[in-house]
Ligand binder design. Sequence first.
Ligand SMILES: [Zn+2]
Length: 153
Amino acid sequence: MGRHKPNKPRRSRPEPDAHRHEDFEIPTDFADPGGRPVDHALLGQLVGTAFDGCTTCQDPLLTLLVEDPATTARLVELACVATHSVLGGLPASMTDDDVPGQTAPEFRRLARAGLDGANDTMFVACGELPTAGRRAAANTALDILIGHLATPA
Ligand SMILES: [Zn+2]
C-alpha cells in the first residue's frame, strides 16, 4: 500500500556556478582614511550582479556588504565620484534632504559628509549608520553607479 519512499532521497548536487555574473574591477588604488580594509572582491561582485540586474544574486551580496561599513562607504564614494566626473559636482537631489528625488536620505547624509573630499568624515558617518540605513544608502549608490556604468560619458 502506498508509495514506496526511499529512506534517503538523493539530491542532485547544488550548482552554485549554474549562473554567473562577470565581476567588475573596482579600482584599488585607494587609501581608506581610517586604514579599514575595503572588500574589493565583494564590491566587484555586487556591482557585476547589479549591472546584470540580477536581484537574486544581488541581495545576499548586499547583505554582506552592509555589514562592512568601509566597503559600503567605498560604494557610496564610487557613486559620488562617478557622478562628479559626469556632472562636475553632485546635484542637490543627492545631498540635500529637502530636494525631491529617489535618493535615500542615508545616502544624502553620507554624500554631504563626503563633500569637499572629507572622506574620513564620510567613512565614519557610514560606520555610525544602522545596518538598514547602510542598506538604503548602498541601494541608492548602486542605482547611481549602474546608471553611470550603463551610459558611459
Ligand atoms: Zn544572478
